[in-house]
Design a protein around this ligand. Structure first.
Ligand SMILES: [Zn+2]
Length: 152
């Protein structure tokens, strides 16, 4: 699916998640049971998830509302949905080889950890502008990251 060009509302993200679910249900690499469990998955947002992107209990897939309200985290949205749908398909919480096979076959990266900005980060470190970051790095004689300084 094509990446959105602007931050999405929760409503739009939910539509996107359901579209991913609908496409995943058609995946020929899955067993009938796996497809059926993905079809049955109920996807919703949760306010309680503030450090992980999502969780799956049975066929209930919950996605973090607070995390995905932050535009910079929305790049991880599709992968998180697919990650949780893979859990729904295999009915297991862990990330064993069965889960990985299903995850990869439906287009998930298979990553278990995310690098999203959590609510803890938001409280601890308010957003710092790129200009401030670069100025600090120059002050400390640190190497600038690739691309840094292009849009200061
Ligand atoms: Zn997982």
């Amino acid at each position: 699916m094509q990446a959105p060009t602007r931050p999405q509302t929760r409503e739009e993200l939910l539509v996107r998640a359901k579209a991913l679910q609908a496409v995943t249900v058609l995946n020929a690499h899955l067993t009938d049971g796996e497809r059926a469990r993905i079809r049955m998955a109920r996807i919703s947002f949760s306010e309680k998830l503030t450090s992980c992107g999502g969780q799956c209990t049975g066929t209930d897939v919950e996605l973090s509302g607070p995390l995905f309200d932050q535009p910079e985290n929305q790049f991880d949205f599709d992968d998180t949905v697919l990650h949780e749908l893979a859990h729904a398909a295999v009915r297991e919480r862990g990330h064993n080889s069965h889960w990985k096979c299903v995850a990869w076959s439906i287009g998930c990266s298979g990553n278990v950890f995310h690098s999203m900005r959590t609510m803890k980060d938001v409280v601890k470190t308010p957003p710092v502008s790129m200009a401030t970051r670069i100025a600090k790095m120059k002050l400390n004689n640190e190497a600038l990251p690739h691309g840094a300084g292009r849009r200061v």
